[in-house]
Ligand binder design. Structure first.
Ligand SMILES: C[S@@+](CC[C@H](N)C(=O)[O-])C[C@H]1O[C@@H](n2cnc3c(N)ncnc32)[C@H](O)[C@@H]1O
Length: 191
């Protein structure tokens, strides 16, 4: 009997471990398919990166491809942004962000969607005053074409490692910085 119970326990834990591993692998492939793998920005660099953005207390902050939510939480908890919005298409980082959101008790100030932000209605971005994104150039081109035109004049965008495509004349660059190995670009919408 003892060995039977032990076997069942091992079986259950084995199935859970295999399922978790499968979700992780699937998530990594899914992130890649959307155009940017899940590579979170390093925690040691996060504050310095956001510091360059001059986030204000009335900012509605949005992370396009929000990963485990760390950037939004920092914007709210450390930089006092008014509200945080995240879009994350991949299962693993999305659920990690939802668990952190609950543990931090930030439900009233942060909303994270399990959604491809390129499929979001443009209207949803109209209230966003600060966009953060850490993605690859091909996805940046799509963000530039589909998401950014919905922002209001004066909105800012902070990009990590890669700049906006040259042809986006709706934005002027206001700052370029370096944090660790990341180049940081900050733009302001001028039309
Ligand atoms: C490089 S990671 C950055 C994560 C987080 N923003 C950070 O700086 O730590 C890019 C994230 O964007 C997500 N992503 C890529 N394309 C997306 C899309 N179209 N809609 C929603 N999420 C997307 C990926 O799943 C991945 O988690």
């Amino acid at each position: 009997m003892f060995y039977l119970i032990l076997s069942v326990i091992f079986l259950v834990f084995g199935v859970i471990a295999v399922a978790a591993f499968a979700v992780l692998i699937f998530s990594l492939f899914a992130s890649n398919a959307y155009g940017a793998p899940y590579v979170p920005v390093e925690r040691k660099n996060l504050r310095k990166i956001l510091d360059l953005g001059n986030i204000k207390e009335d900012d509605v902050f949005c992370d396009l491809g929000s990963g485990d939510g760390r950037v939004i939480f920092e914007a709210i908890q450390v930089f006092n942004a008014k509200y945080g919005i995240g879009y994350e298409a991949s299962i693993w980082p999305y659920y990690a962000s939802v668990i952190s959101l609950k543990l931090k008790g930030l439900g009233g100030k942060v909303r994270i969607f399990k959604k491809d932000f390129l499929r979001e209605s443009g209207k949803e971005f109209e209230r966003v005053s600060f966009v953060y994104t850490y993605t690859y150039p091909p996805l940046m081109k799509k963000i530039s074409a589909y998401v950014l035109p919905n922002l209001k004049k004066g909105a800012r965008i902070l990009t990590v490692s890669f700049s906006l495509p040259e042809e986006n004349g709706d934005f002027k660059i206001v700052k370029i910085g370096q944090v660790g190995w990341h180049k940081i670009f900050i733009y302001e919408k001028i039309v």
